[in-house]
Design a protein around this ligand. Structure first.
Ligand SMILES: Cc1ncc(COP(=O)(O)O)c(C=O)c1O
Length: 405
């Protein structure tokens, strides 16, 4: 007997949403219809012509030639863990290599820690807007995101007092992304200190996503744990952004020195054993990156600052659009004043179909659909960005005129 019935998937799949990639299916349709698509949806500098530093490539190549092609230790090779520990210690977060785990990008570190600490039904404080991996992982493990608001009228700052009021006996972690995706904000020291105090007082791990730490336009931001090394903070980062190697999936986490985190560290190591290791040869690029030549960084930061300025001036010149100026990374989160009944997704899809410009709607990052936020990745060249924003301007004028009737 043959059947054509679809094989069912687990319920958790419907909760796992990653808008940044999901929206690409729409873009492919537009491309198939013969229109050029400008991809402003994914934060990958390589796609826009930025180059991985050659000494990192050499380190990986050498590792492969030297036969480092077997499984690495599940926590990562010692030279990589030593390099991460030395780097963080130098920047004010004193940590030993045995509290560092090398992961497949920041992403795997986040997933390992959330899996180690949250039961089904537990709560995790997540920023809104957020990087969507957090909500996706929580959907997978059955835990509940509790969103804390960041205020666009206050430069996208979180309100620590509001966060403290949201803590319940089921709160298992506080996620802080600083510098931030999708807003491009960096948090001033008093806010960082308050967030740490809250985590410390309530004995909740603060998950510090610091993947953009080196990409603040004014220069690298110190790790959050440098403000209070005995607080329960876990720092996450990778070679993906500042070191221009996102495809290598080479990242790390560093678990703060407090004994309060010892069981979490042991839990993470247990989970790490199960996936054997992160990509072995790429781990050799970590010491090369952290101990080697970083001259690419200043140029990259300057390129980002220039693009941020173009983005803010072009977008803020469009009637109906306002954007907060980013201070780090390559994202901005403009807001378009939508007429009642129109959603951010309608705006973004209509922009895509009319102009070929692909952004991600704010609701993909957990803002309200009617609020009209969307995220742009401004890694394209200044000339191309100007062209793109001219298309956005023409389109928005028509769209708002049409949809307000
Ligand atoms: C805030 C944030 N965290 C984590 C990641 C994932 O980074 P990785 O490539 O290191 O897994 C990204 C990627 O865009 C990000 O923006």
């Amino acid at each position: 007997m043959r059947t054509t019935a679809a094989i069912p998937v687990a319920r958790r799949i419907s909760g796992f949403v990653y808008a940044i990639r999901n929206i690409v299916a729409e873009a492919r349709k537009v491309e198939a219809a013969g229109q050029k698509v400008r991809y402003l949806n994914i934060g990958d500098p390589i796609t826009f012509g930025f180059k991985t530093p050659p000494h990192m490539i050499e380190a990986v190549e050498r590792a492969m030639r030297d036969s480092h092609n077997g499984y690495a230790p599940s926590v990562g090779i010692l030279p990589a863990r030593e390099a991460v520990a030395a780097e963080l210690t130098r920047r004010g977060m004193p940590v030993t290599p045995d509290r560092v785990v090398i992961t497949s990008g920041t992403s795997e570190g986040i997933e390992l820690v959330l899996t180690a600490i949250a039961e089904g039904g537990d709560e995790v404080l997540i920023p809104s807007p957020t990087y969507p991996l957090y909500t996706a992982v929580l959907a997978k493990i059955g835990a509940v995101p509790v969103f804390y608001r960041k205020d666009p009228t206050a430069g996208w700052m979180p309100d620590p007092e509001e966060i403290e009021r949201q803590i319940t006996p089921r709160t298992r972690a506080l996620v802080v992304i600083d510098p931030n995706n999708p807003t491009g904000a960096t948090y001033p020291e008093p806010i960082r200190r308050r967030l740490i105090e809250i985590a410390d007082k309530h004995n909740i791990p603060l998950l510090a996503d610091e993947v953009y730490g080196d990409l603040a336009y004014e220069g690298p931001v110190p790790p959050m744990a440098s403000l209070y090394p005995d607080a329960p903070i876990i720092s996450f980062s990778s070679l993906s952004k500042a070191y221009l190697a996102p495809g290598w999936r080479a990242g790390w986490m560093a678990v703060g020195r407090t004994e309060r985190l010892d069981e979490v560290l042991a839990g993470v190591k247990k989970l790490a054993d199960g996936r054997l290791c992160s990509t072995g040869p790429m781990e050799y690029a970590i010491p090369a990156a952290l101990n080697g030549d970083r001259s690419h960084e200043a140029g990259f930061r300057a390129a980002l600052r220039e693009r941020a300025e173009i983005t803010v001036s072009c977008l803020n010149a469009i009637p109906g659009i306002h954007t907060v100026a980013p201070t780090a990374a390559f994202y901005a989160m403009p807001q378009v004043q939508l007429p009642a009944g129109v959603t951010d997704e309608t705006y973004v899809l209509s922009l895509l179909r009319t102009t070929g410009v692909l952004c991600v709607h704010g609701s993909g990052f957990a803002t309200r659909p009617e609020d009209g936020f969307f995220r742009v990745v401004f890694l394209a060249s200044p000339g191309e960005l100007s062209e793109i924003y001219a298309l956005v301007a023409d389109f928005t004028k028509d769209f708002l005129a049409r949809s307000s009737h």
